[in-house]
Design a protein around this ligand. Structure first.
Ligand code: SRM
Ligand code: SF4
Length: 573
């Protein structure tokens, strides 16, 4: 390895396949933290060292160590959990975590607030439920998502099967996870050539994300991911193969225009039997071609921008040794969830619940964790986490429907009337996220209450409008694909983005910078007024903001930062 590689590359290479000094650090009782290099490695095991940022000022004043605790992100390919698995996660959240379960934008569960001395016990219980957290974070393929729409029976089954196969194929092989967290024996010798046949010693240059979408639902936001498979359906709803997308991503840095969100390109069509080979080839091309010098330029989206799609496709085909045909037609209609009851093919039903920003807990007026525990204790179907931070109780027999409906209603888990709230997502941000510049999960509900008043005044209460907020520009709630995107700039201040497509196919554009609560509400109130008065029949909010010149349309890649401020009605700062 040369002198030029990033610090993370050195840490990976020296880590002995992700071991580092994690085992020693766990035993160190004097601190609730682990050393800096291990903080990078522990991500590959699905964990982040965090501290409660609300408590920082007081603890600094008292010269105390930060209030350290770990977040564990469980790997749940396709977001499907059995009731027993649900109950196990609920139990660890209460025994070791902060008494909340956090459903994420990638169909997983995060458990926050686990102190170092409880990590092994927590991971052993997760393991006993046949789950793990390996590769939920880190420079590897992360949780593989698939469409959650309960009505898409055979196609959902095909997408789930693909998600699980790809996930299994690309899971790191290192025994480090079992050794460190589950007291597994170390098997000595001969590891170098066999441990990680796909990744090698230094894994990938950066995180990598894969999804499988089933049109017409684009609930997975396929264009936001490094690699996507879009089901091509036959007349009976069966899957004939997959359109393949590459090079999507959301993350950027404020003020650095060579970082940008990007919607993925359509690379072609492949047969189902070839999809895993394609996934491996895309991953290995990125392993070999991705930028290992600059982590801000290390995602696949930049590799494709720099090398070109044709060049990239040719290399993938060469490595996978499969045929990639021209892409087939497909049509998405939305990125949201289908709330409420829907019928399964066998007479059972599914109930899609609304979980505000994915956070489940028992609060005074609604005991959500308890309600879901009650459902899980006698449920013989399963649970599906959606890519919109919601939850589906799937395959409910007819005799339990009324009871489950009332439990969910009582716990405030049925979808609200507000079209804006039904289509909302916020990232975690404060107090746990170390990168947050502003509130998100704790603030968006209040902002939406104010916006709901404005929408009601303009007769738009039940209109589906997609709104997403993040506490920084990293894009964890995919805000640049929302019709209204709010991205934290500093405490109480946000950049406002408009103009994304309702079906997730077009990015938004910066409309206003550094807005506080009142400025956001005032700016959106005038846009809502104009939308109510001037929209064309069936015209979506995002499309309207472009047609009327409020923002310019964003094409792809570098175009995200182009033509900002040139639009007619840009809000005044
Ligand atoms: Fe994310 C980092 C939370 C989905 C882009 N993300 C983080 C960290 C781990 C902060 C950190 O590095 O210290 C956040 C932990 C907060 C906390 O306290 O829990 C965090 N990301 C989340 C979750 C929980 C947001 C949520 O509210 O649901 C999502 C967990 C997904 C999962 O289960 O695997 C989550 N993150 C995303 C997505 C959306 C997606 O993948 O569909 C994105 C944008 C897509 C993409 O990757 O391009 C995303 N997260 C990032 C980035 C920017 C990456 C980049 O290319 O620049 C970071 C920062 C980084 O990697 O340096 C980040
Ligand atoms: Fe944290 Fe930023 Fe991701 Fe929000 S978008 S969870 S603030 S990294």
């Amino acid at each position: 390895m040369t002198d030029d590689v990033s610090r993370n590359e050195r840490i990976k290479e020296a880590s002995d396949y992700l071991r580092g000094t994690l085992a020693e650090g766990l035993a160190e009782e004097i601190t609730g933290a682990i050393v800096e290099d291990d903080q990078q490695l522990v991500k590959f095991h699905g964990m982040y060292l965090q501290d409660d940022r609300d408590l920082r000022p007081e603890r600094t004043r008292k010269k105390m160590e930060k209030a350290f605790a770990f977040m564990i992100r469980v790997r749940v390919p396709g977001g499907v959990l059995s009731p027993a698995q649900w109950l196990a996660l609920d139990q660890v959240a209460r025994d070791y975590g902060n008494h909340t379960m956090r459903l994420t934008t990638r169909q997983t569960v995060q458990l926050h607030g686990i102190i170092k001395s409880n990590l092994k016990a927590t991971l052993k219980e997760i393991d006993a439920a046949l789950l793990n957290s390996i590769a939920a974070c880190g420079d590897v393929n992360r949780n593989v998502m698939c469409g959650a729409n309960p009505e898409q029976g055979p196609a959902h089954a095909a997408a789930l099967e693909l998600a699980r196969k790809v996930s299994d194929h690309l899971t790191p092989q290192t025994p480090a996870y079992r050794e460190i967290w589950l007291d597994g024996e170390r098997i000595a010798g001969g590891e170098d050539n066999v441990v990680e046949p796909i990744y090698g010693k230094t894994y990938l240059p950066r995180k990598f994300k894969i999804v499988a979408a089933v049109p017409p639902s684009n609930d997975v936001d396929v264009f936001a991911h490094d690699l996507g498979f879009i089901a091509v359906l036959d007349d009976k709803g069966g899957v004939t193969g997959w359109n393949v997308t590459v090079g999507g991503g959301m993350g950027m840095t404020h003020g650095e225009e060579d970082t940008y969100p990007r919607t993925a390109d359509l690379m072609g069509f492949c047969a189902t039997k070839d999809a895993v080979a394609i996934a491996e080839a895309v991953v290995t091309v990125q392993r070999d071609w991705g930028d290992r010098l600059n982590r801000k330029h290390a995602r696949l989206k930049y590799t494709i921008e720099d090398r070109g799609l044709d060049f990239f496709r040719a290399e993938v085909v060469r490595r996978a040794k499969v045929v990639v045909e021209p892409a087939k037609p497909f049509k998405f209609t939305s990125t949201g969830d289908r709330y409420g009851w829907s019928q399964a093919a066998d007479g059972r039903s599914h109930l899609t619940l609304f979980v505000q920003n994915g956070r489940l807990f028992d609060h005074a007026s609604a005991k959500q964790l308890s309600a879901l525990r009650q459902i899980a204790q006698s449920h013989d179907g399963n649970f599906r986490i959606t890519p919109n931070q919601n939850l589906i109780v799937a395959n409910i027999p007819i005799e339990r429907q009324t009871e489950i409906h009332w439990i969910a209603k009582e716990a405030g888990l049925l979808a609200p009337w507000s079209g804006l709230r039904r289509n909302s997502m916020a990232c975690v941000a404060l107090p746990t996220c170390g990168l947050a510049l502003a509130e998100s999960e704790r603030y968006l509900p209040d902002l939406m209450t104010a916006l709901d008043e404005s929408l009601a005044a303009h007769g738009l209460s039940s209109d589906d409008i997609v709104i997403r907020m993040t506490g920084c520009p990293n894009g964890c709630a995919r805000p640049y694909l929302a019709e209204i995107g709010l991205v934290g700039k500093g405490p109480g201040r946000y950049n406002l983005y408009l103009g994304a497509a309702f079906d997730g196919s077009r990015l938004s554009k910066l409309y206003a910078e550094d807005f506080d609560h009142n400025a956001i509400v005032a700016a959106l109130d005038s846009v809502f007024a104009a939308y109510a008065a001037e929209r064309q029949k069936g015209e979506r909010f995002g499309d309207f903001t472009i047609r009327t010149g409020l923002v310019a349309a964003t094409g792809n890649g570098r175009d995200f930062h182009a033509n900002v401020g040139k639009q007619a009605g840009r809000a005044a700062r």
